[in-house]
Design a protein around this ligand. Structure first.
Ligand code: UDX
Ligand code: UDX
Ligand code: ADP
Length: 464
């Protein structure tokens, strides 16, 4: 096959957008078109003011500014982009099913199938299809099945090339990834397709960091990489409760564990619970797959990671209630942070949503400040849970754009996201404006507890 000169990516979200922007930046000789059904989203990617792109990631607007209009295009014309491309990335969402068989666990592949059918309808020459979205192992066989019955004789190769970028560090992760993983068929045509994608990445990534495997290993590695990472967070979080009972300190324990080079220091930060679009969804999916093969011990083993995470979120909310004399009815509790981690405007599965829901159930009044999350998103997240009427969420939660105002008159502050700016606030000023005793529940062990205590705050951290 001749070298790739035209790429199309279906899905302009948190994965497709940044990944394609980086490919376009590093490969000026390749024309990259990112398409999406969502017109508003595409309009935002095309906004003349490049800081208005729909995904917030440090450094991303510079990458987009460099390539957009040169060899990076955003469009809603899905069919033309598919027809023109030699290589098509599928980067659409694969949420957990909310209905029918596998509800609450299996990945909903509706959008993936729609993409495959659309490609089958439009393509009139040979194409390489690249699975970028995280998919259950064996999805490629379903995509292949749909594509081979198009009847017009076009040949398709299906590759799996999962994205390992973490939100908040997407640009760094794309620029210098630990590895790029490419899975393909072990046939002559499969090997040619794998090589074509290797050649794209080789424009900026050292060859030894590009791993090639069969399709199934690649699909399964993505799911299980996330499961391993989430397991570390649940493992350390499981010990926070034990620390609180025994006067051990979780930060000290994490340091002691993490200095074992076999374990390593990363992903041992205790927290109110992990969130994000991947961890929970992928583990549930792994559990579902294991169960569907009759592997109940394997399923139960991984399910415990989620059970622990749910427990951690609930435990944090319960601690607030208990500490506020067992009632939060009518009390103002200020949330600093709503995103699932710092440096992103993504809120999917954020612990803040569940903690808020629990406190609203106890009739607390919640004020929220987050540096990057917009008001409507916060209400949308709560409404999505369908635990109460939308008006009730509006009534119980106030979103405030100034952190000092948000804290005024509060009984307690809860830190839900580890935004750096929280550390440099004028905490004396905040203390002065709050009801006493002024309490802080630090769900991220972010703030300097000794300093806050010297101001007069009562501070509860996780596992301390
Ligand atoms: C362990 C700890 O490594 C050591 O730090 C502690 O002081 C004592 O316990 P040990 O039990 O001697 O040491 O051996 P280790 O190499 O950790 O292996 C433990 C078990 O895990 C073995 O059965 C080993 O075969 C198994 N293992 C280890 C795996 O199955 N896979 C691995 O990747 C690593
Ligand atoms: C994750 C994987 O890291 C990435 O490789 C994969 O491609 C997608 O899923 P992401 O969800 O963007 O990335 O963020 P990540 O940094 O992994 O954090 C996930 C959650 O775990 C966050 O809510 C974070 O706050 C929490 N976390 C992480 C902890 O609570 N403690 C830690 O030590 C690390
Ligand atoms: P991720 O974090 O995986 O990138 P997002 O939800 O941010 O997930 O992005 C997925 C994008 O894919 C959404 O913008 C959605 O509109 C788009 N999408 C889903 N299905 C299709 C489709 N069949 N054609 C084009 N775009 C699609």
């Amino acid at each position: 096959m001749t070298a790739i000169t035209k790429i199309c990516c279906i899905g302009a979200g948190y994965v497709g957008g940044p990944t394609m922007a980086m490919i376009a930046k590093k490969c000026p000789h390749i024309e990259v078109t990112v398409v999406d059904l969502n017109e508003q989203r595409i309009a935002a990617w095309n906004d003349v003011d490049v800081t208005n792109i729909p995904v917030y990631e440090p450094g991303l607007s510079d990458v987009v500014a460099e390539a957009r209009g040169r060899n990076l295009f955003f469009s809603t014309d899905v069919e033309s982009a598919i027809a023109a491309a030699q290589m098509i990335f599928i980067s659409v969402n694969t949420p957990t099913k909310t209905y029918g068989s596998g509800k609450g666990q299996a990945a909903d592949l509706k959008w993936i199938e729609l993409c495959a059918r659309q490609i089958a309808r439009v393509a009139n020459d040979n194409k390489i299809i690249v699975e970028k979205s995280t998919l259950p192992v064996r999805t490629a066989s379903a995509i292949k099945d749909i594509l081979t019955h198009t009847g017009n004789g076009s040949q398709f190769q299906i590759l799996s090339n999962p994205e390992f970028l973490a939100e908040g560090t997407a640009v760094e992760d794309l620029d210098a990834p630990d590895r790029v993983l490419i899975g393909g068929d072990n046939t002559p045509e499969g090997r040619v397709a794998v090589q074509a994608l290797v050649d794209v990445y080789a424009n900026w990534i050292p060859r030894e960091r590009i791993l090639t495997t069969n399709v199934w290993s690649s699909e399964l590695s993505k799911l299980t990489a996330n499961a391993f990472l989430a397991q570390r967070v649940s493992s350390i979080n499981s010990l926070t409760e034990l620390c609180e009972k025994t006067e051990a300190d979780i930060n000290e324990v994490a340091r002691a564990i993490g200095t074992d080079s076999r374990i390593g220091p990363k992903f041992l930060k205790a927290s109110v619970g992990f969130g994000g679009s991947c961890f929970q969804k992928d583990i549930l999916n792994l559990v579902y797959i294991a169960r569907s093969y009759g592997l109940s011990e394997v399923a139960d083993y991984w399910e415990q990671v989620i059970i622990m995470n749910d427990h951690q979120k609930r435990r944090f909310a319960n601690q607030i209630i208990k500490n506020l004399y067992n009632t939060v009815n009518g009390k103002k509790i200020t949330f600093l942070g709503w995103a699932f981690k710092k440096d992103t405007n993504d809120t999917r599965e954020s612990a803040a949503i569940y903690v808020a829901d629990h406190l609203l159930h106890e009739q607390a009044e919640i004020a929220v400040y987050d540096p990057k999350v917009i008001k409507n998103q916060i209400y949308a997240d709560l409404n999505y849970l369908q635990t109460r009427k939308e008006e009730e969420n509006r009534k119980g939660v106030e979103v405030i754009e100034d952190p000092y105002k948000a804290c005024e008159g509060a009984h307690a502050i809860a830190i839900l996201t580890e935004w750096d700016e929280f550390k440099s606030y004028d905490w004396q000023r905040i203390y002065d404006s709050m009801l006493k005793p002024a309490k802080i529940f630090d769900g991220r062990n972010l703030l300097d507890a000794d300093k806050l205590k010297s101001i007069g705050f009562q501070v509860r951290s996780i596992g301390g």
